[in-house]
Write a protein that binds this ligand. Structure first.
Ligand code: PMP
Length: 301
């Protein structure tokens, strides 16, 4: 599950601020806000067969995150799209690509956390790499519950997709030490929130359940799966869900750009065993794959 260096990415061009640079020359300043305070927002996107999946939804979320953090000069959607297209074209990338899109608050005049020290405008980074899905979405992943809770809106709203990822990184360290693939994170009340980098669903007796998007990122894949399931007549319930309900579920899976829909086979050493015989995951996976071209913005080159 640990990603390896892909030699195909040895000479990629990366967009930073105003143009393209070889990966070795693509840099941000030591005065940049992302260095000074993790003060940046980001999106992870995938390119499938000549199109960018859910591009507008990702740009909407990026915009909302940047607005919440009071960035002052957020580039227009058109500017960001142009930078993405330019990067993909320069690298000849049309499929099997992951894009890490980052917008930092930009360079500061001196070190410090105060946003008033940012006087040079924001900094846009488009890092496109040849990359298969990170999770094994056929064989599934094993997860453990982390002791660290997912951020609540009272502290740092998990709906902001920001680069201060230590909440998730601490959980991932715990999973790594336990030999698990990912960490399951609870909310402030002990209900299941999400995994450290994906959202979580469970199936019981033919009903699809997922936690409220209160202490998790409102994932774009999550939203689409809810839409797809409802359109297919599958009952969907968003509510507080405890670990006990997940241990006893018929199916558990996670959703996100890093794994599409990936089965979860073990939670805290408890095997997820389907006793009811109702099977939704393969159906949802197939419907999701069908929707990829429908929701992808074609590349203009
Ligand atoms: N949860 C977290 C914490 C994430 O970082 C991500 C993706 N970056 C997701 C869920 C999945 O979101 P999406 O479906 O938009 O990729």
């Amino acid at each position: 599950m640990l990603q390896q260096f892909n030699p195909q990415n040895k000479d990629i061009q990366v967009y930073v601020n105003d143009g393209l640079y070889h990966r070795d020359a693509a840099k941000v300043s030591v005065f940049d806000s992302v260095v000074q305070g993790g003060d940046a927002v980001w999106e992870g996107l995938r390119v499938y067969d000549g199109g960018i999946f859910c591009l507008d939804r990702h740009l909407d979320r990026l915009y909302t995150s940047a607005k919440t953090l009071a960035f002052v000069d957020i580039p227009s959607k058109e500017t960001i799209k142009k930078a993405i297209f330019q990067t993909l074209e320069a690298n000849g990338m049309r499929d099997n690509v992951h894009i890490r899109l980052t917008l930092t608050r930009g360079e500061k005049i001196t070190s410090g956390m105060d946003p008033r020290l940012n006087q040079k405008g924001s900094c846009l980074i488009v890092l496109a790499e040849w990359k298969p899905l990170v999770y094994d979405n056929k064989n599934g992943i094993k997860v453990i519950t982390a002791h660290i809770q997912r951020n609540s809106p009272r502290h740092l709203d998990s709906k902001i997709h920001h680069n201060n990822l230590l909440n998730n990184i601490l959980a991932k360290i715990q999973a790594n030490i336990a030999g698990a693939d990912a960490a399951l994170m609870l909310d402030a009340y002990g209900f299941v929130a999400e995994l450290n980098g994906t959202n979580i669903f469970m199936v019981k007796d033919g009903v699809l359940f997922t936690p409220h998007a209160d202490a998790c990122l409102h994932g774009i894949t999550r939203g689409l799966i809810i839409e797809i399931a409802k359109n297919a007549g599958i009952p969907v319930v968003e509510r507080n869900l405890s670990l006990t309900e997940f241990y006893g579920a018929d199916e558990v899976f996670c959703t996100g750009t890093m794994g599409e829909l990936t089965p979860i086979t073990f939670i805290d050493g408890r095997e997820i065993e389907n006793h009811s015989g109702s099977i939704l995951l393969p159906i949802l996976k197939e419907l999701f794959i069908e929707q990829i071209p429908v929701h992808s913005e074609p590349l203009p080159f």
